[in-house]
Design a protein around this ligand. Structure first.
Ligand code: NAD
Length: 373
């Protein structure tokens, strides 16, 4: 099997991300060396359980590892106190001990919730991520941010807790609905845009075949994305500086998610893609990057079928000023100042608080007006 490994270098908290097609079938062999006793707990969602849980059970059983599992409802609303409480109490009722291992099998929702449960159970147990959505494979399963949503906002409750191993099986992506695949692709493009122009060019050449299902191309796209995230996380684990670059497009995305009520009118990765296009538009208006960069970004997103413009979001959106006010509620506000990730070109992002409100208003007003055309 073609398997790539990206090492996340974090001293005593270092771990490998293994990327390949068919990795779930090898999960028993990969996980056995981490176990103090041959028993694991798995948290997943009901959709993923129906598609992939039995394969995991068989792979573990092949190595004599017993598995207990909990399937939570699929969807963002699961990332909340009630489901979190249920998960933690289930782990206790299953007598999961300090030396035991928890497996998160699913998308970013399950990875975030199960990772947070692992962070607090008996003051912290180890966990393995088996991400099954593209977004989770390229982003949420790596880097140790875990948590749930609060009524006051997304991801406001959580902890940094690194996994002990990540197994990204690109074969699992075959069952992912196309819309979720393209949403995850928004995060892939983000990596090229923020720090690797060669990767962006590679995506421009290969995205059609990659979206259509090419396994080798998917492995390469996940590897390059994870490589970039791992390097940034290794230099800035708790986001004191450089890690903020990973938020390219996210300030716009969070405002749009809030404006659409965190509903399925806009998935997170879709908001990231639109947000990246807007960040390049603002950068061009500020004279930071070439005038043609924003259209190149949009052209690429369009060519893959990803959401690109505000016009791709169905239903009403608020005025520009309301969107800007929603941005100000972002977690990246420091001492009242909103920090943006802007770009000096494709692959050259940087963090700044110098983005005048008038320019934001101009870009958003134009983008909203274009919806009607
Ligand atoms: P998700 O977990 O809700 O998965 C999306 C949908 O795809 C769900 O319905 C799920 O059941 C389904 N699914 C997953 N894998 C599947 C498969 N192989 N086949 C069929 N269906 C499958 O959402 P997501 O897009 O994976 O992740 C979004 C979440 O990740 C958000 O909560 C976001 O805040 C979080 N996130 C966290 C980080 C981090 O660093 N921790 C980074 C980015 C995003």
């Amino acid at each position: 099997m073609n398997c790539e490994t990206v090492h996340v270098a974090l001293g005593a908290r270092s771990y490998d991300v293994r990327i390949g097609a068919g990795l779930i079938e090898t999960a028993g062999q990969q996980i056995a060396p981490l176990l103090a006793r041959p028993r694991v707990a798995v948290i997943t969602d009901e959709t993923v359980a129906g598609l992939h849980l039995e394969r995991l059970r068989e792979a573990l059983a092949d190595q004599g590892i017993a598995m207990v599992s909990l399937a939570l409802p699929a969807g963002e609303s699961t990332k909340s106190w009630p489901h979190f409480t249920r998960a933690v109490e289930w782990l206790l009722s299953e007598k999961i001990e300090r030396q035991d291992l928890l497996i998160a099998l699913g998308g970013g929702v399950i990875g975030d919730l199960a990772g947070f449960a692992a962070a607090v159970l008996r003051r912290g147990i180890r966990f393995v991520q088996i991400p099954t959505s593209l977004l989770a494979q390229v982003d949420s399963s790596v880097g140790g941010k875990t948590g749930i949503n609060a009524p006051q906002g997304k991801n406001l409750i959580g902890a940094f807790h690194q996994p002990a191993l990540v197994l990204a099986d690109v074969a699992a992506l075959a069952t992912l609905p196309p819309r979720d695949f393209l949403a995850g692709y928004g995060e892939v493009v983000k990596y090229g845009l923020l720090g690797d122009a060669d990767f962006f060019e590679w995506l421009e050449r290969n995205a059609p075949a990659l979206v259509a299902g090419g396994s080798a191309l998917r492995i390469e796209a996940v590897r390059r994305s994870v490589r970039m995230k791992a390097d940034i996380v290794a230099r800035d684990e708790t986001e004191q500086g450089e890690r903020a670059l990973l938020n390219l497009g996210h300030t716009f995305c969070h405002a749009l998610e809030a404006a659409t009520g965190y509903s399925d009118r806009l998935l997170h990765g879709e908001g990231v893609a639109i947000g990246c296009a807007l960040a390049f538009e603002v950068s061009a208006r500020l004279g930071l990057c070439a005038q043609e960069d924003p259209s190149r970004v949009r052209q690429h997103l369009r060519a893959t079928g990803a959401k690109t413009d505000l016009g791709d979001i169905p239903g009403p959106l608020p005025q520009a000023d309301t969107l800007i006010d929603l941005m100000a509620q972002d977690k990246k506000v420091v001492a009242g100042t909103l920090r943006f990730v802007m770009a000096q070109g494709i692959g050259r992002a940087f963090v700044t608080s110098e983005v005048p409100r008038e320019v934001l208003r101009e870009v958003l007003t134009d983008a909203l007006a274009a919806r009607g055309r």
